[in-house]
Write a protein that binds this ligand. Structure first.
Ligand SMILES: [Zn+2]
Length: 61
């Protein structure tokens, strides 16, 4: 893990370590190759810092 954070990570746009990407039953999750954060793939293909999709579903209901 690097202490140097790339600008894209500041904007919550991350790049996954492909060998660590896995399916958790709702979406793909992995670790950012730049900052090491746990990240989750959105339906549009963008990777964001992990959130709980079940909470979001409850809020939307
Ligand atoms: Zn990152």
């Amino acid at each position: 893990m690097s202490l140097h954070r790339l600008p894209l990570c500041w904007f919550n746009h991350h790049t996954p370590l492909r060998r660590e990407v896995k399916w958790d039953g709702i979406s793909y999750i992995g670790s950012c190759s730049c900052c090491g954060e746990t990240i989750r793939r959105r339906s549009d293909g963008d990777w964001k810092k992990d959130w709980n999709p079940r909470v979001l579903l409850h809020k939307a209901a």
